[in-house]
Design a protein around this ligand. Structure first.
Ligand code: ZN
Ligand code: ZN
Ligand code: ZN
Length: 362
Protein backbone atom coordinates (compact mmCIF):
# COMPACT_ATOMS: atom_id res chain seq x y z
CA UNK A 1 0.00 0.00 0.00
CA UNK A 2 1.26 3.46 -0.83
CA UNK A 3 2.41 5.79 1.90
CA UNK A 4 1.16 7.62 3.84
CA UNK A 5 -2.07 5.62 4.02
CA UNK A 6 -0.60 2.38 5.41
CA UNK A 7 0.99 4.18 8.33
CA UNK A 8 -2.15 6.17 9.06
CA UNK A 9 -4.35 3.07 9.04
CA UNK A 10 -1.91 1.26 11.32
CA UNK A 11 -2.06 4.20 13.74
CA UNK A 12 -5.86 4.12 13.62
CA UNK A 13 -5.89 0.38 14.43
CA UNK A 14 -3.67 1.03 17.43
CA UNK A 15 -6.00 3.80 18.60
CA UNK A 16 -9.03 1.49 18.13
CA UNK A 17 -7.25 -1.13 20.21
CA UNK A 18 -6.57 1.33 23.02
CA UNK A 19 -10.15 2.63 22.95
CA UNK A 20 -11.69 -0.85 22.92
CA UNK A 21 -13.48 -0.12 19.62
CA UNK A 22 -13.87 -2.81 16.96
CA UNK A 23 -14.13 -0.82 13.76
CA UNK A 24 -13.86 2.63 12.23
CA UNK A 25 -16.61 3.61 9.76
CA UNK A 26 -15.91 6.64 7.57
CA UNK A 27 -18.15 8.30 5.01
CA UNK A 28 -18.22 11.93 3.83
CA UNK A 29 -15.75 14.33 5.42
CA UNK A 30 -11.98 14.65 5.69
CA UNK A 31 -11.25 11.42 7.58
CA UNK A 32 -11.82 9.26 4.49
CA UNK A 33 -9.30 11.07 2.24
CA UNK A 34 -6.85 11.11 5.15
CA UNK A 35 -6.83 7.30 5.18
CA UNK A 36 -7.39 6.53 1.48
CA UNK A 37 -6.85 9.61 -0.69
CA UNK A 38 -10.50 9.36 -1.75
CA UNK A 39 -13.16 11.92 -0.94
CA UNK A 40 -16.75 10.65 -0.96
CA UNK A 41 -19.46 12.55 -2.80
CA UNK A 42 -22.19 13.77 -0.43
CA UNK A 43 -24.83 11.49 -1.91
CA UNK A 44 -27.95 9.63 -0.83
CA UNK A 45 -26.03 6.54 -1.94
CA UNK A 46 -23.76 5.29 0.83
CA UNK A 47 -19.97 5.40 0.57
CA UNK A 48 -18.27 3.97 3.66
CA UNK A 49 -14.77 2.84 4.54
CA UNK A 50 -14.72 0.00 7.08
CA UNK A 51 -11.44 -0.25 9.00
CA UNK A 52 -11.66 -3.27 11.31
CA UNK A 53 -9.34 -3.33 14.30
CA UNK A 54 -7.81 -6.58 13.06
CA UNK A 55 -8.16 -6.69 9.31
CA UNK A 56 -7.87 -4.92 6.00
CA UNK A 57 -9.85 -1.81 5.18
CA UNK A 58 -12.71 -2.08 2.69
CA UNK A 59 -14.35 0.80 0.87
CA UNK A 60 -18.05 0.18 0.22
CA UNK A 61 -18.86 2.46 -2.70
CA UNK A 62 -21.70 2.91 -5.20
CA UNK A 63 -20.82 1.18 -8.47
CA UNK A 64 -21.16 4.43 -10.42
CA UNK A 65 -18.65 6.17 -8.09
CA UNK A 66 -16.09 3.31 -8.12
CA UNK A 67 -14.15 4.63 -11.17
CA UNK A 68 -13.24 7.73 -9.12
CA UNK A 69 -11.54 5.70 -6.37
CA UNK A 70 -7.74 6.09 -6.79
CA UNK A 71 -5.93 2.80 -7.40
CA UNK A 72 -3.41 3.33 -4.60
CA UNK A 73 -3.96 0.05 -2.80
CA UNK A 74 -5.08 1.77 0.40
CA UNK A 75 -8.18 -0.45 0.69
CA UNK A 76 -10.21 -3.21 -0.89
CA UNK A 77 -13.03 -1.80 -2.98
CA UNK A 78 -16.48 -3.34 -2.68
CA UNK A 79 -18.80 -1.62 -5.14
CA UNK A 80 -22.52 -2.08 -4.76
CA UNK A 81 -24.96 -2.01 -7.67
CA UNK A 82 -28.03 0.19 -7.91
CA UNK A 83 -30.75 -1.35 -5.73
CA UNK A 84 -28.19 -3.11 -3.51
CA UNK A 85 -27.99 -3.13 0.29
CA UNK A 86 -24.87 -1.18 1.33
CA UNK A 87 -26.01 -1.04 4.98
CA UNK A 88 -26.10 -4.83 5.03
CA UNK A 89 -22.66 -4.97 3.39
CA UNK A 90 -21.14 -2.63 6.01
CA UNK A 91 -22.83 -4.50 8.89
CA UNK A 92 -21.50 -7.77 7.45
CA UNK A 93 -17.93 -6.41 7.24
CA UNK A 94 -18.10 -5.13 10.83
CA UNK A 95 -19.53 -8.41 12.18
CA UNK A 96 -20.34 -8.82 15.86
CA UNK A 97 -18.91 -5.58 17.19
CA UNK A 98 -19.36 -4.17 20.68
CA UNK A 99 -18.23 -0.69 19.66
CA UNK A 100 -17.84 1.22 16.40
CA UNK A 101 -16.48 4.70 15.73
CA UNK A 102 -18.46 6.44 13.00
CA UNK A 103 -17.35 9.53 11.05
CA UNK A 104 -18.63 12.77 12.59
CA UNK A 105 -19.99 14.03 9.27
CA UNK A 106 -21.88 10.86 8.33
CA UNK A 107 -25.45 11.56 7.27
CA UNK A 108 -27.90 10.75 10.08
CA UNK A 109 -30.01 8.54 7.79
CA UNK A 110 -27.02 6.17 7.37
CA UNK A 111 -26.06 6.26 11.05
CA UNK A 112 -29.62 5.40 12.09
CA UNK A 113 -29.80 2.56 9.55
CA UNK A 114 -26.44 1.18 10.72
CA UNK A 115 -27.53 1.38 14.36
CA UNK A 116 -30.65 -0.59 13.46
CA UNK A 117 -28.53 -3.18 11.62
CA UNK A 118 -26.07 -3.49 14.55
CA UNK A 119 -28.34 -3.18 17.61
CA UNK A 120 -25.69 -4.45 20.03
CA UNK A 121 -22.92 -2.06 19.00
CA UNK A 122 -22.12 1.15 20.86
CA UNK A 123 -21.53 4.06 18.45
CA UNK A 124 -18.96 6.77 19.23
CA UNK A 125 -17.78 9.70 17.09
CA UNK A 126 -14.77 8.82 14.92
CA UNK A 127 -13.05 12.08 15.87
CA UNK A 128 -12.16 10.38 19.17
CA UNK A 129 -9.88 8.12 17.10
CA UNK A 130 -9.01 10.30 14.12
CA UNK A 131 -8.79 13.74 15.76
CA UNK A 132 -5.52 13.17 17.57
CA UNK A 133 -4.00 11.38 14.55
CA UNK A 134 -4.92 14.08 12.04
CA UNK A 135 -3.80 16.85 14.41
CA UNK A 136 -0.14 15.85 14.04
CA UNK A 137 1.02 16.75 10.54
CA UNK A 138 3.84 15.04 8.64
CA UNK A 139 6.32 17.05 6.59
CA UNK A 140 4.30 16.81 3.37
CA UNK A 141 1.22 18.10 5.15
CA UNK A 142 3.17 21.00 6.66
CA UNK A 143 4.55 21.84 3.21
CA UNK A 144 0.98 21.91 1.87
CA UNK A 145 -0.17 24.15 4.74
CA UNK A 146 2.81 26.45 4.14
CA UNK A 147 2.03 26.74 0.42
CA UNK A 148 -1.61 27.60 1.19
CA UNK A 149 -0.48 30.12 3.83
CA UNK A 150 1.90 31.82 1.40
CA UNK A 151 -0.88 32.10 -1.17
CA UNK A 152 -3.16 33.99 1.26
CA UNK A 153 -0.15 36.03 2.42
CA UNK A 154 0.18 37.27 -1.14
CA UNK A 155 -3.52 38.16 -1.21
CA UNK A 156 -3.25 40.03 2.10
CA UNK A 157 -0.25 41.99 0.83
CA UNK A 158 -1.99 42.91 -2.45
CA UNK A 159 -5.09 44.13 -0.65
CA UNK A 160 -3.03 46.71 1.25
CA UNK A 161 -2.77 48.68 -1.98
CA UNK A 162 -6.44 48.41 -2.90
CA UNK A 163 -9.21 50.93 -2.10
CA UNK A 164 -11.84 49.91 0.47
CA UNK A 165 -13.79 53.17 0.95
CA UNK A 166 -17.00 53.50 -1.07
CA UNK A 167 -17.19 49.78 -1.80
CA UNK A 168 -19.58 47.29 -0.24
CA UNK A 169 -18.23 44.55 2.02
CA UNK A 170 -19.54 42.06 -0.51
CA UNK A 171 -17.51 43.62 -3.31
CA UNK A 172 -14.30 43.56 -1.25
CA UNK A 173 -15.06 39.98 -0.16
CA UNK A 174 -15.41 38.92 -3.78
CA UNK A 175 -12.01 40.42 -4.52
CA UNK A 176 -10.45 38.34 -1.72
CA UNK A 177 -12.05 35.23 -3.24
CA UNK A 178 -10.85 36.06 -6.78
CA UNK A 179 -7.33 36.67 -5.55
CA UNK A 180 -7.25 33.42 -3.54
CA UNK A 181 -8.19 31.54 -6.72
CA UNK A 182 -5.60 33.51 -8.72
CA UNK A 183 -2.95 32.47 -6.17
CA UNK A 184 -3.63 28.77 -6.59
CA UNK A 185 -6.45 27.94 -4.24
CA UNK A 186 -8.80 25.27 -5.56
CA UNK A 187 -11.70 26.45 -3.43
CA UNK A 188 -12.40 29.53 -1.32
CA UNK A 189 -13.93 28.58 2.05
CA UNK A 190 -14.81 32.03 3.41
CA UNK A 191 -13.93 35.71 3.05
CA UNK A 192 -15.24 37.65 6.04
CA UNK A 193 -15.21 41.42 5.56
CA UNK A 194 -16.58 43.08 8.70
CA UNK A 195 -16.50 46.87 8.47
CA UNK A 196 -17.14 49.34 11.29
CA UNK A 197 -19.81 47.99 13.70
CA UNK A 198 -20.12 44.78 11.63
CA UNK A 199 -16.58 43.87 12.67
CA UNK A 200 -17.83 43.41 16.23
CA UNK A 201 -19.51 40.18 15.05
CA UNK A 202 -16.53 37.79 14.68
CA UNK A 203 -18.05 35.71 11.85
CA UNK A 204 -19.96 38.54 10.16
CA UNK A 205 -20.94 37.58 6.62
CA UNK A 206 -19.91 40.25 4.10
CA UNK A 207 -23.01 42.26 3.28
CA UNK A 208 -24.29 45.40 1.58
CA UNK A 209 -22.78 47.89 4.01
CA UNK A 210 -20.72 50.51 2.17
CA UNK A 211 -17.30 50.91 3.78
CA UNK A 212 -16.64 54.51 4.81
CA UNK A 213 -13.89 56.85 5.97
CA UNK A 214 -12.45 55.87 9.34
CA UNK A 215 -13.89 52.35 9.24
CA UNK A 216 -11.89 49.57 10.85
CA UNK A 217 -12.27 46.43 8.67
CA UNK A 218 -11.74 42.84 9.81
CA UNK A 219 -10.71 40.65 6.85
CA UNK A 220 -10.57 36.93 7.66
CA UNK A 221 -10.25 34.67 4.64
CA UNK A 222 -9.13 31.22 3.64
CA UNK A 223 -9.64 28.34 1.30
CA UNK A 224 -8.38 24.95 0.25
CA UNK A 225 -5.27 24.43 -1.86
CA UNK A 226 -4.20 20.92 -2.89
CA UNK A 227 -6.37 19.52 -0.09
CA UNK A 228 -5.06 21.71 2.75
CA UNK A 229 -6.59 24.82 4.22
CA UNK A 230 -5.47 28.40 4.66
CA UNK A 231 -6.90 30.84 7.21
CA UNK A 232 -5.60 34.35 7.92
CA UNK A 233 -6.95 37.56 9.44
CA UNK A 234 -5.52 40.98 8.70
CA UNK A 235 -6.82 44.40 9.75
CA UNK A 236 -7.46 47.37 7.51
CA UNK A 237 -8.51 50.93 8.32
CA UNK A 238 -9.81 53.52 5.86
CA UNK A 239 -7.72 56.64 6.42
CA UNK A 240 -5.61 57.42 9.48
CA UNK A 241 -6.67 55.41 12.56
CA UNK A 242 -7.79 57.17 15.74
CA UNK A 243 -5.45 56.81 18.71
CA UNK A 244 -7.99 54.44 20.35
CA UNK A 245 -7.92 52.17 17.28
CA UNK A 246 -4.12 52.32 17.04
CA UNK A 247 -3.65 51.60 20.77
CA UNK A 248 -6.16 48.76 20.78
CA UNK A 249 -4.49 47.17 17.77
CA UNK A 250 -1.08 47.53 19.40
CA UNK A 251 -2.41 45.65 22.45
CA UNK A 252 -3.87 42.93 20.22
CA UNK A 253 -0.58 42.55 18.36
CA UNK A 254 1.29 42.11 21.65
CA UNK A 255 -1.23 39.47 22.82
CA UNK A 256 -1.03 37.56 19.54
CA UNK A 257 2.77 37.59 19.54
CA UNK A 258 2.87 36.43 23.17
CA UNK A 259 0.53 33.51 22.40
CA UNK A 260 2.56 32.51 19.34
CA UNK A 261 5.78 32.49 21.38
CA UNK A 262 4.05 30.45 24.12
CA UNK A 263 3.09 27.70 21.66
CA UNK A 264 6.08 25.50 22.38
CA UNK A 265 6.14 21.69 22.37
CA UNK A 266 4.87 20.39 25.71
CA UNK A 267 2.77 23.45 26.53
CA UNK A 268 -0.91 22.61 27.11
CA UNK A 269 -3.26 24.19 24.54
CA UNK A 270 -5.19 25.89 27.34
CA UNK A 271 -1.99 27.56 28.60
CA UNK A 272 -1.44 29.15 25.19
CA UNK A 273 -5.01 30.45 25.28
CA UNK A 274 -4.39 31.83 28.79
CA UNK A 275 -1.32 33.77 27.60
CA UNK A 276 -3.37 35.68 25.01
CA UNK A 277 -6.15 36.26 27.54
CA UNK A 278 -3.82 37.52 30.27
CA UNK A 279 -2.05 39.87 27.88
CA UNK A 280 -5.35 41.49 26.86
CA UNK A 281 -6.51 41.55 30.48
CA UNK A 282 -3.46 43.61 31.43
CA UNK A 283 -4.70 46.25 29.01
CA UNK A 284 -8.29 46.11 30.23
CA UNK A 285 -9.47 44.21 27.15
CA UNK A 286 -10.31 40.80 28.67
CA UNK A 287 -14.08 41.27 28.32
CA UNK A 288 -13.75 42.14 24.64
CA UNK A 289 -12.02 38.80 23.81
CA UNK A 290 -15.08 36.57 23.45
CA UNK A 291 -13.74 33.46 21.71
CA UNK A 292 -10.99 30.87 22.01
CA UNK A 293 -7.48 31.71 20.84
CA UNK A 294 -7.33 29.21 17.99
CA UNK A 295 -8.14 25.96 16.24
CA UNK A 296 -6.19 23.23 14.50
CA UNK A 297 -6.05 23.31 10.70
CA UNK A 298 -5.31 20.76 8.01
CA UNK A 299 -7.67 18.97 5.64
CA UNK A 300 -10.37 20.94 7.46
CA UNK A 301 -10.33 24.63 8.36
CA UNK A 302 -11.23 23.80 11.97
CA UNK A 303 -9.98 20.57 13.56
CA UNK A 304 -7.94 19.39 16.56
CA UNK A 305 -6.15 20.75 18.50
CA UNK A 306 -8.32 23.59 19.81
CA UNK A 307 -6.34 26.32 21.55
CA UNK A 308 -8.93 26.87 24.22
CA UNK A 309 -9.61 26.83 27.96
CA UNK A 310 -10.35 23.26 29.05
CA UNK A 311 -8.02 21.61 26.50
CA UNK A 312 -5.12 20.24 28.53
CA UNK A 313 -3.58 18.48 25.49
CA UNK A 314 0.13 19.36 25.36
CA UNK A 315 1.39 20.59 22.00
CA UNK A 316 3.58 18.15 20.10
CA UNK A 317 5.82 18.75 17.09
CA UNK A 318 3.61 18.77 14.00
CA UNK A 319 0.55 20.33 15.59
CA UNK A 320 -0.72 23.07 13.23
CA UNK A 321 -3.18 25.65 14.53
CA UNK A 322 -4.30 29.25 14.36
CA UNK A 323 -3.44 31.90 16.93
CA UNK A 324 -6.17 34.49 16.51
CA UNK A 325 -7.09 36.61 19.50
CA UNK A 326 -9.67 39.30 18.80
CA UNK A 327 -11.44 42.15 20.57
CA UNK A 328 -15.00 43.20 19.81
CA UNK A 329 -16.88 46.36 20.74
CA UNK A 330 -20.59 46.01 19.87
CA UNK A 331 -21.96 48.89 17.83
CA UNK A 332 -18.46 50.22 17.13
CA UNK A 333 -15.79 47.93 15.68
CA UNK A 334 -13.87 44.69 16.07
CA UNK A 335 -10.29 43.52 15.53
CA UNK A 336 -8.62 40.17 15.12
CA UNK A 337 -5.12 39.08 14.12
CA UNK A 338 -4.60 35.52 12.92
CA UNK A 339 -1.65 33.44 11.80
CA UNK A 340 -1.25 29.71 11.31
CA UNK A 341 1.50 28.31 13.54
CA UNK A 342 3.24 24.92 13.62
CA UNK A 343 4.77 23.58 16.82
CA UNK A 344 8.28 22.29 16.11
CA UNK A 345 11.14 20.99 18.24
CA UNK A 346 12.94 24.27 17.46
CA UNK A 347 9.97 26.34 18.67
CA UNK A 348 6.76 27.74 17.23
CA UNK A 349 6.92 28.54 13.52
CA UNK A 350 4.47 30.93 11.89
CA UNK A 351 3.46 29.82 8.41
CA UNK A 352 1.97 33.24 7.56
CA UNK A 353 4.39 36.02 6.77
CA UNK A 354 2.15 38.84 5.49
CA UNK A 355 2.72 42.20 7.23
CA UNK A 356 0.83 42.32 10.54
CA UNK A 357 0.58 46.06 11.03
CA UNK A 358 -2.72 47.87 10.58
CA UNK A 359 -3.02 48.51 6.84
CA UNK A 360 -4.12 52.07 6.11
CA UNK A 361 -6.12 52.04 2.87
CA UNK A 362 -8.14 54.54 0.82
ZN1 ZN B 1 -13.37 31.86 13.07
ZN1 ZN C 1 -9.76 32.99 10.18
ZN1 ZN D 1 -9.18 30.69 12.11
Amino acid sequence: MSEPFAGRQAAARLALERAGIDALLLSVGADLPYFTGYEAMPLERLTMLVVPRDGDATLVVPELEAPRVPANGSCEVHSWAEGGDPIGVVAGLVGAAAGVAIGDHTWTRFTLALQAAMPHARFVPASRITGTLRAVKDSAEIAALRAAAHAVDAVAAEMRTRPFGGRTERDVSREFVDRMLAHGHDRPNFAIVGSGPNGASPHHDAGDRVIGEGDVVVCDFGGTMRGYCSDITRMFVVGAPTSEVADTYAALTVAQEAAVLAATVGTPCEAVDAVARRSLQERGLADAFIHRTGHGIGLEAHEDPYIAAGNATPLVAGHAFSIEPGVYFPGRFGMRLEDIVVATAAGPERLNEAPRDLAVVD
